[in-house]
Design a binder for this molecule. Structure first.
Ligand code: DGY
Length: 339
């Protein structure tokens, strides 16, 4: 008899969902948008696996709604801050994510943010699109160079390293701060105060954990150069957004580029961050290419199929077991989950 798997979305890119449906009975959320927890709880009853996105809350209530049949929750996402890992471990449920498949694509977008913010590309494009470009002037849209600048990576995991590789084409000097990553041929390991003081571009690549929440606040922004740019493709909560807005308005730093926000999505209630002229904002599209999003779903499906077939999961969360029924060894806060 086929096992039941809940997919929290019906419209996933690539062929992963169809592959899953060929092997398991997929019960899915068929509405548009994001299901609320009560809907998911009803659908989850008696399933063996759950295929979820990074913004689906996976907590004790959902795990209990599924019940003792549940063996694996596979996120089609690298980030796992919406997962209660302790609750999953207590219930012997394997939780997996998608490292490896999205680093290059997300690093591409990180570099886009760096270029857009430092070269003021948003303002320049908006001026042209609004029909307000009336003359070439030597002083219009003057930005700051990216080539030859110092790049500071906070978190030096797969994505941080992929950003470092790209920076070599721009002749950048690279520093990183990550207690788990020593110097390598691309980058020098430094403490956080040194990185903040020396970097022209600070890029965040840490997961959101209690230890990294508001890692960048007023004091850290004040420690950066007035010509510095801050970018983030990790998670919104790592930056204190109110402090960042004040820093941009007061000229404490030059510019910022954000793909992630504390409150997502922003629809009717646009954050003042979006209107801030020294800020580039994008709607959480770091991994949004056809190939990469399909690969994320594929890896999540592989994880479900392996666990349900009795094999170890390919990419369990850091510190989590690869087979059901084992406890977890929680990471030190903010530890090697670097993105
Ligand atoms: C990730 O993989 O963490 C992206 O932010 C999408 O959830």
């Amino acid at each position: 008899m086929k096992q039941h798997v809940l997919s929290t979305r019906a419209d996933l890119p690539g062929g992963g969902l169809a592959r899953l449906a060929a092997q398991a009975e997929v019960v899915g959320w068929t509405g548009t948008g994001k299901p609320d927890p009560a809907d998911l709880a009803v659908l989850a009853k008696g399933v063996s696996g759950i295929l979820a996105l990074g913004n689906d809350r996976v907590d004790a209530d959902l795990l209990d709604a599924a019940g003792p049949t549940l063996r694996v929750v596979a996120l089609a996402s690298m980030g796992y801050d919406a997962v209660d890992r302790d609750a999953a471990a207590e219930r012997g449920v394997v939780v997996t994510h998608t490292p490896g498949v999205l680093a290059e694509t997300t690093a591409d977008l990180t570099f886009s943010l760096i270029l857009m913010a430092r070269r003021r590309l948003g303002a320049a494009r908006d001026t042209l699109a609004a029909g307000r470009w009336d003359l070439f002037r030597m002083n219009d849209f003057l930005g700051l160079d990216v080539h030859g600048a110092t790049l500071g990576l906070i978190g030096y995991g797969q994505i941080g390293r992929a950003v470092a590789r790209r920076s070599q084409g721009f002749g950048m000097r690279v520093l990183h701060h990550d207690p788990y990553a020593p110097d390598d041929t691309l980058s020098t390991s430094v403490d956080l105060p040194t990185l903040l003081a020396e970097a022209d571009v600070v890029s965040l690549h840490v997961p959101l954990t209690p230890g990294t929440r508001h890692l960048i606040g007023a004091a850290e922004l004040a420690a950066m150069k007035p010509t510095a740019t801050l970018v983030s493709t990790s998670r919104g909560g790592v930056i204190d957004e109110d402090a960042l807005l004040r820093a941009l308005r007061d000229g404490v730093i030059h510019s910022a580029g954000l793909d992630v926000f504390e409150r997502e999505p922003m629809g009717h209630e646009l954050s003042p961050l979006v209107a801030e002229p020294h800020m580039i904002t994008l709607p959480h599209i770091g991994s949004a290419t056809e190939a990469t999003r399909a690969a994320m779903v594929d890896l999540a499906v592989d994880n479900i199929q392996d666990v349900l077939a009795g094999a170890p999961a390919r990419t369990p969360l850091p510190g989590s077991p690869a087979t059901p029924g084992q406890g977890t060894a929680p990471l030190p806060d903010g530890g090697s989950g670097a993105r």
